[in-house]
Design a protein around this ligand. Sequence first.
Ligand SMILES: [Fe+2]
Length: 596
Amino acid sequence: MEDCKLCMLVTFFLIITKMVATGKYIPTTLEGPFDPVTIRFDPSLRQGSDDIPMDDPRLKKNVTSMFPEQIALALSTPTSMWVSWVTGDAQIGSNVTALDPTSVASEVWYGKESGKYTNKKTGNATVYSQLYLFEGLLNYTSGIIHHVRIDGLEPGTKYYYKCGDSSLPAMSDEHVFETLLLPGPNSYPRRIALIGDLGLTSNSSTTIDHLTRNDPSLILMVGDLTYANQYLTTGGKGVPCFSCAFPDAPIRETYQPRWDGWGRFMKPLISRVPMMVIEGNHEIEPQVAGITFKSYLTRFAVPAEESGSNTNFYYSFDAGGVHVIMLGAYVDYNSTGAQYAWLKEDLHKVDRMVTPWLVAAMHPPWYNSYSSHYQEFECMRLEMEELLYQYGVDIIFSGHVHAYERMNRVYNYTLHACGPVYITVGDGGNIEKVDVDHADDPGKCPSEGHNIPEFGGVCHLNFSSGPAKGKFCWDRQPEWSAFRESSFGHGILEVLNSTYALWTWHRNQDIYKEESSGDQLYIVRQPELCSPSTSLKVIFHFNIRELLFNSLFYFSCGKRIEVSLKRDPMRLSKERKQKKVQRYLQNGRGFCHCSS
Ligand SMILES: [Fe+2]
């Protein structure tokens, strides 16, 4: 209890410090639900921009032969890290020959002092090809992609590393990263950055510059990474709309060298800050024999085995006291499928005393009031939302919609004090431009044929209650949408302790402003009210003459976990007791008080 008082004092101090430093009041979710706010796109800004060309110095290969390039980090376990890189030359042409991945070793040398590498680990190398069997389309085969898992790392410690093949010799320059703290209720990453739908335009470049200035210790990339599928296989210029520009293309083509350019562009950041990715629709990239997702699956190392998912399509990891679940929207998400079974098991294993914060991320949003992708992934929400809610997931991030939106706490389209906070950050700055229309704008409600997902079914629904009852679209910003703005940007999550986290959405146009934010609030957990693992003891008092018993209930955010009776002179069955009490409460009679 004393610890808890101390936590409250520290939190209060941090909030006051922030208020004094910024001179503004930052609201908390405890004050929600908030009245919906819309900020429309500023027409003085660019709604989109062209892709950065391949001959830009940031995208060009700047090493020779088998020297490593495109170096990237990803979290594995709390004491281990994935290091990935590429060697050799990718090829593009009518006939391509895959490189031999055994021709070069995969080594990482690392240690706690610059230039002193006390540890060495080896790993695996692979290649992939993107092949098209259509006349005139070019094929691609990648450089050699290396993945090495380094372990035995100490928490909160700087490590210096080189990667490559020492026998050639072809080792990289020295790079450095800092490990996160071990999972625990008092240890959190300094800043977790959220980016979605980044692409590789000049807007993307501003996003990454801005994010780098915000000094993250971990990056969550919620899908749609390179937009290599906005190109023909012959390269040329990328387009905002592939089917509009190339209506006769025999397949959704890609220009795979964009992936290599993106890897080089991102390397200065992600060779020192781990980046966790999840697939978006732009990663599907169909090719010969119905093969999909080849680039995404081959280029990135993720803690798939470590989290028991054994697939890069969905996985989980701990970042200090935050358990993060990356969900796959373009792979079976039905309640009868493998992902759902894994998710259930993963959620069951989470110990909220060790990782109090539970965060999920996926590419498409379930809650979205923009016209773009409106209700597109209703089928996935219907399959999975209840499970995430039952386990008290705190925040759910997504992208896909190229704008920003933060929801009020919501569950099943109903405002709910214990529902997750949903946040859409698909505003990274890709070539497809920012989304500006809302489904509630006059004439902007999508029709039946719109917003068909690339994977899964269509479950468009009319609302069954509330102000939009019987309708597909609202006639104003929905009550579950707290704040939406059409602008490019990224987010930063700063977890302060086991109950408070500061969420800040940064707009690209504010990059050079001090202490500016497009949206900011404290997300506050209420484990005593909402978390199943620390369910509150709720004692209901009834008119004993009316019901002839007192009941002791264990409630978790309105969801009954267990019922037991203190006195039961009527000897009713358990079901009848439950029904009787439910009816009593529904009629607005009786009251409860809470004791911890
Ligand atoms: Fe997308």
